[in-house]
Write a protein that binds this ligand. Structure first.
Ligand SMILES: Nc1ncnc2c1ncn2[C@@H]1O[C@H](COP(=O)(O)OP(=O)(O)OP(=O)(O)O)[C@@H](O)[C@H]1O
Ligand SMILES: [Mg+2]
Length: 498
């Protein structure tokens, strides 16, 4: 009898395989980081073959750890860093170029060119997205224009495009020997090539971005039986795909309009379920597909995306070396009682929601001889909370739904200093659920629902539980003083890159 459901969580910094039981509890897990490749300022790449190898490794490891075999899994779902784009050879499985990561800003000139002819929001009505370096359609355009032979191969159907979900599904189902070439609606909605209403590739945008249709995957729902896996999951049903942030929304049981979650990982991503109609944003958020279960109607979401939050902690670790591990930031920040008037605007990839400033770059403001590394650590954590407040305010303005408490998840939420400061800064309680691996859990739910392992989304609601809640304590005057200073610091980051 099959006992469990597995999920591959292919993130920006690492790949995990997690096995869940029917209660949504973690049975086994394995994780592996991959290399971040920075060929030039603003460029970020991943090696797709390393990602595929790591995926296989974590599957083997997680199964072995508990003596499980593929036949113990009723289904497996895939969730992934979204917008990270690659093109590979259909016959050999060789990538034509590294995967261009969502944070990469190399398409900024293209964005400027397209925006000059009709404004940054010219594709919003159809795609829900502003023109930005973030989304994958223009990354594909860049590969086709800059990698010798790529365009010819793509036009002939000999090169395949995918975000990471597509790459993994193709490899998991046999690769060059019969691999299936698909993407789910949530990932497709981040290419800026799909019409949000029809859920199909849009001919006009393909023409505008000069993308040959022959290289694009077939768009499928987020929960249905796509096919059977080959090794290392020989014979297992692959039946769920969700972009990582949509997976977290699903895993956090945000299944009704107005329900929202905020994930604290490499970046921060707040998503609110808005029901069966795309909900346009006028406050700098994006409209995206939340999930689509088989033949049911698509459920849409409003999203506030922040590029750099946990990544700033990693930057302090890897680039400055002032901490050894990400967890060290909390004790370091606690060596000082406040930020010492230091503000850190981590606009390393420009600023995403709600400002969409491609040309902003990172700044540290307010330095005096008083400032020390404790203040820098605190300013880095506070930056996450200020950016979250900006997005939350945009979310409330757009949706007209008051957020009475904020559901959180992701790697940073173990940081209790951050959680308390977050609650203080938004002046509402912050809640951490029992399972913070909600990204993987959401993908597992999508896969398990498709094969009847879970019967309905009620099971998701049943399984969700609170671990801890933080309540706001800060007085109004202090909160507003800090936030006003943050806003001043943001103005210093703008219009830097040419
Ligand atoms: N104790 C901590 N305090 C602050 N940040 C932390 C802490 N522990 C981990 N992080 C940060 O959390 C992030 C990792 O979170 P998570 O594992 O959710 O991200 P991820 O899933 O790897 O992100 P992605 O899916 O984008 O790869 C890292 O950026 C790391 O710096
Ligand atoms: Mg993640």
């Amino acid at each position: 009898m099959t006992k469990y459901v597995g999920a591959i969580d292919q993130g920006t910094t690492s790949t995990r395989f997690i096995v869940f039981d029917r209660k949504g509890r973690i049975v086994s897990t394995a994780q592996r980081e991959h290399e971040q490749i920075y060929p030039r300022p603003g460029w970020v790449e991943h090696n797709p073959l390393e990602i595929w190898l790591n995926t296989r490794t974590v599957i083997f490891d997680a199964l072995e750890r508990r003596g499980l075999s593929p036949s113990d899994l009723a289904a497996v779902g895939v969730t992934n860093q979204r917008e990270t784009a690659l093109l590979w050879d259909r016959k050999t499985g060789e990538p034509l170029y590294n995967a261009i990561v969502w944070q990469d800003t190399r398409t900024d000139q293209l964005v400027a060119r397209y925006a000059a002819e009709g404004g940054q929001d010219r594709l919003r009505a159809k795609t829900g997205l502003p023109l930005a370096t973030y989304f994958s359609g223009l990354k594909l355009h860049w590969i086709l224009a800059n990698v010798p032979g790529a365009r010819e191969k793509a036009e002939a159907g000999d090169a395949l495009f995918g975000n990471i979900d597509t790459w993994l599904l193709w490899n998991l189902t046999g690769g060059a020997e019969g691999g299936i070439h698909i993407t789910d609606v949530t990932n497709a909605s981040r290419t800026q090539l799909m019409d949000l209403e029809t859920l199909a590739w849009d001919e006009d945008i393909l023409k505008l971005f000069e993308i040959p249709r022959a290289c694009l995957p077939r768009i499928v729902s987020s929960s249905e039986e796509y096919g059977l896996a080959r090794e290392p999951l020989e014979g297992v049903k692959l039946s769920g795909i969700l972009g990582d942030q949509q997976a977290a929304l699903f895993g956090q049981a945000c299944l009704h309009p107005g329900e929202a979650k905020n994930t604290y990982g490499t970046g921060n991503f707040m998503l609110m379920n808005t029901g069966e109609k795309p909900f346009p944003s006028t406050c700098g958020l994006v409209t995206t597909v939340g999930y689509k279960l088989g033949g049911s109607k698509a459920i849409y979401a409003l999203e506030g995306s922040i590029a750099i939050t946990g990544a700033l902690v990693q930057w302090l670790r890897d680039n400055l070396g002032i901490i050894q591990t990400s967890a060290d930031i909390e004790p370091l920040a606690r060596t000082v009682s406040d930020n010492g008037d230091v503000y850190f605007v981590p606009a390393f990839s420009g600023l995403y929601a709600p400002r969409w400033q491609e040309s902003a770059r990172g700044v540290i403001c307010g330095l005096t001889r008083f400032a020390n590394k404790g203040h820098i650590a605190r300013a880095a954590l506070e930056a996450t909370a200020y950016q979250t407040r900006e997005v939350l305010e945009a979310m409330v303005k757009d949706s007209k739904v008051a957020i009475r408490e904020l559901r959180t998840d992701g790697g940073m939420v173990v940081n209790e200093l951050l959680m308390q400061f977050q609650s203080d800064m938004i002046n509402v309680p912050v809640v951490r659920p029992k399972v913070i691996e909600t990204t993987a859990l959401g993908a597992a739910y999508a896969a398990g629902l498709a094969v009847g392992y879970w019967h309905s989304t009620d099971d998701i609601v049943q399984n969700w539980g609170v671990d801890r809640r933080w309540h706001p304590h800060m007085d109004e005057a202090q909160r507003e003083h800090l936030y006003a200073s943050w806003n001043k610091a943001v103005t210093r980051s703008l219009d830097w890159a040419d």
